[in-house]
Design a protein around this ligand. Structure first.
Ligand code: NDP
Ligand code: MG
Length: 387
């Protein structure tokens, strides 16, 4: 019997890795629904090949283009938020939540509420509304499987072990393209330089977050919620080869770790396999002898202030991570269009967090509250940029 898989963010980097795996196992998977943002041509081409039951674009204005691109295909489709929700509501055994940014909150949460098994790539769901997501996953009996490579490695290394027996969980960072750069050189870096990730191939936003180490900060927050572990037992180390992704340090001194080549299809395959192991065609097997040496170094919060800011937001709790994420999305977009320098990202995020610290002390109780805080923080930081 084949499993029905719905992909939210189907045209993105994670979405394409997912459909690539599904293509490799045609008898095993069927596509339920495919959801994209605004790129009608790419989504329609994917749909014509994968034959989903329903296709949706979030951008209502792209509806006519989608209709035209799917003309004669017989594939049901729609555009706008209600169409996205219709896609989520279609029957599925697994929903891969791979929309980028806070835009992923509503559809991901809708899948949880339906009690779906959710393979979660959209880390922003946990960063912005982690308490509400974890509570509702339990309430609606939805399984949450981590796609993010570090968290997937942690889950595999944890196995059936108890988090209460864990002394520390460590996630690794490649260190990004600026790992060895001096502060002055980083300060003058261009978006193209920041997007040139040394080990992973990913979407633009997460590439910039990897260069600033904000991505690792977001991942600490993600791990805190996923594994229900307090910030003091979470750690980051830099590991330029990106082969060891997550380590569980047990209380007796034993350490179990998750290793794999840097290929997102590995954690995605783990999620889609639901306990079975899937073969990945054209995957490069890990060859430790060829890798030669695996090296580790401390993360430098002076050259990478976003990691410090994210740790502070995690420690502060409440809505601090929600505000921080919103400001970071505005700042990264501004950096990409050349409006601010690289360290302008950390500066704007820190200013926004400081501004809202007295306002939002409690964690958002639900997605609506999280999105209201998100919108408020975005508006403020966009205005601060323009001023
Ligand atoms: P991409 O930018 O490559 O893709 C984003 C996808 O989301 C696209 O399909 C895009 O469609 C769609 N999208 C954008 N806005 C909306 C919206 N409002 N509603 C519905 N769909 C929308 O991102 P990535 O694949 O790199 O990342 C996706 C998520 O996975 C992020 O949360 C990221 O942090 C996380 N992640 C990614 C990793 C990676 O290796 N790439 C690793 C670990 C986590 P369109 O093309 O039409 O705009
Ligand atoms: Mg990751």
């Amino acid at each position: 019997m084949s499993l029905t898989v719905t992909v939210l963010g189907a045209t993105g980097s994670i979405g394409r890795s997912t459909t690539d795996l599904m293509r490799q196992h045609p008898g095993r998977f069927r596509v339920g629904a495919l959801v994209g943002g605004r790129d009608a041509a790419s989504l329609a081409a994917l749909a014509r090949e994968m034959r989903p039951a329903f296709v949706a674009l979030a951008d209502e204005a792209a509806g006519p283009a989608l209709r035209e691109a799917l003309a004669g295909s017989g594939i049901a489709h729609g555009a706008g938020e209600s169409a996205v929700m219709e896609a989520v509501a279609r029957e599925a055994d697994i929903v891969v939540a791979a929309v980028s940014g806070a835009a992923g909150l509503r559809p991901t949460h809708a899948a949880l509420r339906l009690g779906r098994t959710v393979a979660l790539a959209n880390k922003e769901s946990l960063v912005c509304a982690g308490d509400a997501f974890m509570r509702d996953a339990a309430r609606y009996k939805a399984r949450l499987l981590p796609v993010d490579s570090e968290h997937n490695a942690l889950a595999q290394a944890l196995g059936d072990g108890r988090v209460s027996d864990v002394a520390k969980m460590t996630i690794t960072a490649s260190g990004g393209p600026f790992r060895t750069w001096a502060r002055e050189r980083i300060a003058a870096a261009s978006p193209t330089e920041a997007a040139a990730h040394p080990t992973w191939s990913m979407g633009m936003k997460i590439n910039i977050d990897s260069a600033s180490l904000m991505n690792k900060g977001l991942e600490l927050i993600e791990a805190h919620h996923l594994f229900s572990i307090e910030p003091g037992r979470l750690d980051v180390i830099v590991h330029p080869q990106s082969i060891v992704h997550g380590l569980i340090h047990w209380r007796d001194g034993a350490v179990t770790a998750g290793l794999a080549m840097p290929d997102m299809r590995v954690p995605i395959a783990h999620c889609l396999g639901l306990g079975d192991r899937l073969t990945i065609e054209r995957g490069r097997p890990l060859d430790l002898v060829a890798a030669g040496s695996l090296t580790f170094e401390a993360a430098d919060e002076e050259r990478f202030p976003c990691l410090r800011i994210a740790r502070a937001a995690l420690a502060e709790g409440g809505a601090a991570p929600t505000v921080m994420n919103a400001a970071n999305e505005i700042a990264v977009a501004a950096f990409i269009r050349g409006a601010i320098p690289f360290y302008g990202i950390a500066e704007l995020v820190e200013r926004t967090c400081a501004h809202f610290a007295p306002t939002y002390r409690t964690a958002p109780a639900n997605v609506d509250e999280a999105l209201a805080i998100d919108a408020h923080a975005r508006a403020w930081s966009a205005q601060a940029l323009a001023a």
